[in-house]
Ligand binder design. Structure first.
Ligand SMILES: [Zn+2]
Length: 107
């Protein structure tokens, strides 16, 4: 998975956004100035956020929730975070081309 870091400056303040989208995140107005910072290749969003935190001086990244063993392969993953193990099992709605059917959810 590839992740993209963008810095934005708008009248309400500046910020940095890490997104799996190739273009600037659509959350702000179209005239918000964005600056592309870098791309990160990582197996999971948690790995990308860990690298991003180091590069930005944010300190160690703490994934959401506790790690658990992937039911398919036993690798650690974060079910309360991305739900994706580093071998690619699990769901990530931002990665629609993952090539696997999403796990059964609520009907
Ligand atoms: Zn797995």
């Amino acid at each position: 998975m590839k992740f993209y870091a963008w810095r934005y400056d708008d009248p309400d303040g500046s910020g940095i956004e890490l997104t799996p989208r190739e273009g600037p995140p659509p959350m702000l107005a179209n005239d918000t100035p964005w600056v592309f910072l870098y791309a990160i290749e990582a197996a999971t969003p948690e790995e990308a956020n860990a690298i991003h935190s180091l590069r930005q001086g944010f300190g160690p990244y703490k994934p959401m929730g506790e790690p658990a063993e992937c039911p398919e392969c036993g690798a650690y993953y974060y079910p309360d975070g991305s739900g994706v193990c580093w071998r690619g099992h699990g769901s990530d709605p931002a990665q629609e081309d993952a090539g696997e059917d999403p796990p059964a959810g609520n009907p």
